[in-house]
Design a protein around this ligand. Structure first.
Ligand code: PEP
Ligand code: MN
Length: 262
């Protein structure tokens, strides 16, 4: 995945004129977890009104506590798919284990590998045999080179449609959830031809700081952002503290569009 090997940057074509990597910045938004038909529909409608073409949302959730909400599973995937399909929106969702690849496949456009699975080499090998794009998140304590090696697993198994995602790392700092590594954006863009997205929601973990990190990442050369949005973040079943409401989401989208024109 090195630029020594391929000098021009990779652009991933999702069909219907939706690309990740290239001239335009990609905006992906959606809830941490798909919670209900009503919630999925209202978020898909918000994205559609804002011209956002890719929705995120987890149905298999890797939670720190096994007693927390762990997602609606494949039934949630179906209602997520329905909400997006009728609006022409593409879908990214997390795949937690190789056995889920096949069941998720008909409903999704991009497989997300979460931070906790960033070095699950069996999962990466299996996704390397798929023909759908894979977004790999940086591990919670993962180095930049480890993230690149994770991408090599998918690439060398035959799948070259890979997106990298900086989502913050664990440091000694306790004033916020994770330390978004702004340096990683420029380092990754130097080292690899793959598209690089920023996840400011997990990257900082505090709603009010999410837009600032998103904009900083864009200015640093990220190919786009992936953030969490919910009609009522305070009632969200996961990650509400770092989730934007529709108004905040719209304001962020407008600011990203201003930056794009610079
Ligand atoms: C998520 O995207 O909701 C998620 C669980 O992220 P991460 O794997 O970065 O913690
Ligand atoms: Mn989340």
């Amino acid at each position: 995945v090195s630029r020594k090997w391929k000098t021009n940057y990779t652009s991933i074509n999702l069909g219907n004129d939706v690309y990740i990597g290239g001239k335009e910045k990609t905006i992906i938004a959606g809830p941490c977890s798909i919670e209900s038909e009503k919630q999925a529909e209202s978020i898909a409608e918000h994205l559609s009104q804002q011209g956002i073409k890719i929705m995120r949302g987890g149905v298999f959730k890797p939670r720190s506590s096994p007693y927390a909400f762990r997602g609606l599973g494949i039934e949630g995937m179906k209602l997520f798919h329905n909400a997006c399909k009728k609006r022409g929106i593409k879908i990214i969702t997390e795949v937690m284990q190789a056995s889920q690849i096949e069941e998720l496949y008909p409903y999704i456009d991009i497989f997300q590998v979460g931070a906790r699975n960033s070095q699950n080499y069996n999962l990466l090998d299996a996704l390397g045999k798929s023909d759908k794009p894979v977004m790999i998140k940086r591990g919670i304590s993962g180095s930049i080179d480890e993230l690149l090696y994770s991408a090599e697993y998918v690439f060398s198994a035959g799948n070259e449609d890979i997106i990298l995602c900086e989502r913050g790392i664990r440091t000694f700092e306790t004033s916020y959830r994770n330390t978004f590594d702004i340096n990683a954006i420029q380092v990754l863009k130097d080292k690899t031809h793959l598209p690089v997205l920023a996840d400011p929601s997990h990257g900082v973990g505090i709603r009010d700081y999410v837009p600032g990190i998103a904009l900083a990442a864009i200015v640093s050369g990220a190919d786009g952002v992936i953030y969490e949005v919910h009609p009522t973040p305070e009632k969200a079943l996961s990650d509400g503290q770092q989730t934007l409401n529709f108004q905040e989401s719209e304001a962020l989208i407008q600011k990203i569009k201003v930056l794009e024109r610079l």
